[in-house]
Write a protein that binds this ligand. Sequence first.
Ligand SMILES: O=C(O)[C@@H](CO)OP(=O)(O)O
Length: 247
Amino acid sequence: MTYELILLRHGESEWNAKNLFTGWVDVDLNDKGRGEAVNGGRLLADAGLLPDVVHTSLLRRAITTANLALDACDRHWIPVRRSWRLNERHYGGLQGKDKKQTLAEYGEEQFMLWRRSYDVPPPPIDDDNEWSQVGDPRYAGLGDEMPRTECLEDVIARMLPYWDSDIVADLKAGQRVLVAAHGNSLRAVVKHLDSISDDDIAGLNIPTGMPLVYRLDDDLRPTVPGGEYLDPEAAAAAAAAVANQGR
Ligand SMILES: O=C(O)[C@@H](CO)OP(=O)(O)O
């Protein structure tokens, strides 16, 4: 049995375009991002990879991307499941800050530790910061689990319970699963699937709006390591642009 999983990072958001750290701030897609989402759905239709179920985060940019992509491939009607566990990495006190200015202020090494290290979280955000999510009703049930900052290790720890329960259940039921989420929550999924080391994951960037297809064996190991982008050339160029943000 081969299980099919499609990962889709949201299209470009208003803050991606402005080069601002976003994390849990609920920013919308811009026009380019909406176009990327539609294009992602068309790629799925062209490849005959029509999803049976979709999982999203609780953030508008992932939800809208899923809606637009599914509409474009006539699968707007499939079941939807959502979880905060698929949210973008909480960027702590960096949320709302300009990436270029942060790089200039703290230097390359600290900037990259905060962006891509496995276990160094940014400084925590204050609860009264305008970009804090404390008090947001969608997170009312989180209690002590409500993050004030996260490193990738933290994202993996909160993503995996949802992967193991909800996503694996849909895969094992024979559903073709679409996961519409974020650069860093999808890096967490890919690290888990491909058993990427804590050091090597720093070099992995996920482009916006490009479907990444994984076929998984009985043990849920990828049959093709790293999965397959439906448009590999465009994906490589877009991933390089993500890597270079702030410069
Ligand atoms: O700002 C963010 O939340 C993320 C994704 O856009 O940025 P980065 O790629 O720097 O981790």
